[in-house]
Design a protein around this ligand. Sequence first.
Ligand code: SAH
Length: 365
Amino acid sequence: MGGVNRDARAIWIGDLARRSGFGTLDAFREAFDLREYRLTQLYRAAAKELRASLDEVTTLPKPLRSALAERGVALSCVEPVTIQRSRDRHTTKGLFRLHDGKEVEAVLMEHRGDRSTICISSQAGCAFACAFCSTGQAGFARSLRAVEIFDQARYFAREMRERGKRVTNVVFMGMGEPFHNYEAVMEATALLNDPNGFGLGHRHITISTVGLVDRIDEFAGEGLQVNLAISLHAPNDAVRSSIMPVNRKHGIAELMAACARYVDRTHRKVFFEYVMLAGVNDSDACARELAALMRGRLYHVNLIPYNATPDAPFAGSDDERIWRFAGILDGEGVPVTVRHNMGRDIAAACGQLRAQTQPKARKVS
Ligand code: SAH
């Protein structure tokens, strides 16, 4: 079984050649007379040694480094524009510029103990327009290439390494809908996972989706140990369609059937995200309805306190309501946790990523 085998090194080198203006990998190799081992050195310098620029790649002869640099070959394809740290210093948000001026944000969260999570973006903007999410409200610009996604993780992993620390988790929970950029996200996953490169175990990677049913089925067939999270946010179609337009295409019954197929096929747990919106989806009745969807299956609910976003007509449920809601799920035997929000003061929390300085993005209906 299993899906396509994606070769991380080939993905990375192919992207390097193309983004440097060489039509093919062969043209790139010929231009600099590059042997296989040189290509491997380049790849390792970026993926494993986390080098930011060619000058740091001392395994390559200086004349070759200069020749590459002269032709505009660069190790990184995202440029940090601003880096902000939260007051408690546990959260760092980066705004990155892509080659065409589009911008994305990524977030580093340093938890207590040795755990740290990088949250990366798969698209500049998002086409799904969830009513409570800042990215969705700003519209869609474009999908990222695998290496543009990977480079956000590389940036923060390097920063951590310089401080003698390690990145333990990567989540596709930044801007964009990962399953609306499926192949690039799978390639980015291969880049993150490659034992000869970045080397992050599949179990330490989580992909979060609004619930694109066909892609959930495709993902189930990949044979990966990567975690799947579903942004559910409501226990019935009336509420879900009112806050998530995607629900009008794939309703809850269809979505839950896809999740059941996923578990049957992979024997892996599915995580459900549920943002707590006062008076919208946080009643006791909603909790019981949600419990009925979850009960007896390999599912886990993660309640997310709502983070304020510009011009949204929502208020977050208060802590008491959140814990009562969690208590009902727990009482019905549904595994539930409440997400600890980080980085609100720098607008780095779930749903707050917007890349404020971005030229106004096109809105897609
Ligand atoms: N498009 C994917 C990836 C984004 S993940 C997805 O929807 O799953 C970001 C998570 O934060 C999603 O679960 C999203 O629904 C949630 N979120 C969005 N806006 C939020 C807000 N204002 N407060 C808290 N969580 C929010």
